[in-house]
Design a protein around this ligand. Structure first.
Ligand SMILES: Nc1nc2c(ncn2[C@@H]2O[C@H](COP(=O)(O)OP(=O)(O)OP(=O)(O)O)[C@@H](O)[C@H]2O)c(=O)[nH]1
Length: 332
């Protein structure tokens, strides 16, 4: 570890500032909630890799959750905030539900279950381009046990299937349970993303906005930054390695005398020395690429120039070790 004080991290919520996707800038909310303003929580649930995080990002309008083609990219319940003139929807993106094989897996599993009991509506995601399988049926059964919470079934990735396949998938999904609505969507080409928001909002209770206008997530900046580094590190690695990567930001602060440059000191952890060699690459080339890609993403998120100091360490078998899990932020 660098020995730097963790308290130095800037822990303010991330707002529309710095992203370049036309999201409004932050301001204190002064909304009048008369006239049926709705606010509340919804979560996306589904097997790993079905497009939950991508859909959440599309709804929020900016990247608040990292995504990758590797299953189990999401490890935290990340909240994205959707602002509408008549509603505020907080979307909780959960890790994909699957049979846990490690202590980390068990922690993720119980995180999903507790999230399910706390939300006002659930979006159950099944991809259009894969067969409905035992994993989907397992989740559908779990949802049946949650009497009272409306479930919107969402057939994701419609751009990756033809119209007939999408229609057939909608019918198969309908048979999985008793859903409030069933809706096809593509987060990649934007098809019906707004409608998914409308349907989830229709199940929220009336109430005041829960977050200031302009806030896009309640994740602290240092967590989002660590996630962007992890996303960059996942690019191009295979087999078990994605599961073994964890990232912690040790320190994050403006460089002295500069308000346009933020220094980020981060550690990337792997489980074994052999994995360390893979991530570093020949003469450090891979680690440099990861650093450059992550820096660009962090700059886009925060809207300032970033100096990134990225170190790599081995935390032996951290996925199975309660002490290490705590240190990496996965509290039991
Ligand atoms: N074609 C297509 N691909 C998509 C769409 N949405 C997501 N994907 C891809 O599917 C893969 C998984 O997406 P994620 O959003 O990370 O999936 P997830 O369900 O959050 O995954 P976990 O975090 O592992 O549970 C990525 O490669 C995405 O680019 C979509 O609408 N169309």
């Amino acid at each position: 570890m660098t020995g730097r004080a963790r308290g130095a991290r800037r822990d303010r919520p991330v707002t529309g500032v710095g992203d370049n996707q036309g999201v409004t800038s932050p301001q204190t909310t002064t909304r009048d909630t008369a006239g049926g303003f709705r606010s509340g929580f919804a979560c996306f649930i589904g097997r790993p890799n079905v497009g939950k995080s991508t859909l959440m990002n599309a709804l929020v309008g900016t990247k608040v959750a990292i995504t990758s083609s590797r299953p189990q990219t999401t490890r935290r319940a990340i909240r994205g905030i959707v602002h509408r003139p008549d509603a505020q929807l907080i979307v909780v993106d959960t890790p994909g539900l699957h049979k846990p094989r490690t202590l980390l897996g068990e922690r993720l599993d119980s995180l999903v279950r507790s999230t399910l009991t706390e939300v006002d509506a659930i979006g159950f995601c099944v991809p259009a381009d894969e067969k409905v399988g035992p994993g989907d049926r397992f989740i559908a059964r779990e949802l049946e046990g949650l009497k009272g919470t409306p479930v919107v079934a969402i057939v994701t990735k419609t751009d990756a299937a033809d119209r007939r396949e999408v229609a057939e998938q909608l019918m198969r999904v309908e048979q999985l349970g008793d859903f409030a609505d069933i809706v096809p969507v593509s987060a990649v080409d934007g098809f019906q993303v707004g409608l998914v928001g409308d349907l989830l909002i229709s199940h929220l209770p009336e109430g005041m906005p829960l977050y200031p206008e302009g806030d896009l997530t309640d994740e602290p900046e240092h967590v989002l930054v660590a996630e962007l580094i992890r996303e960059a590190a996942l690019e191009g690695v295979r087999d078990e390695l994605p599961h073994s990567i964890a990232v912690v930001v040790d320190e994050m602060q403006p460089r002295e005398g500069r308000d346009d440059l933020v220094e980020v000191y981060a550690h990337l952890f792997v489980e074994r020395p052999s994995q360390k060699a893979i991530v570093i690459g020949a003469k450090g080339s891979r680690l440099r690429e990861v650093g450059t890609a992550a820096r660009r993403q962090i700059e886009a998120l925060l809207g300032v120039k970033i100096y990134l100091d990225l170190r790599i360490s081995v935390a032996k078998d951290w996925q199975r070790d309660p002490k290490q899990l705590r240190r990496l932020g996965f509290d039991g």
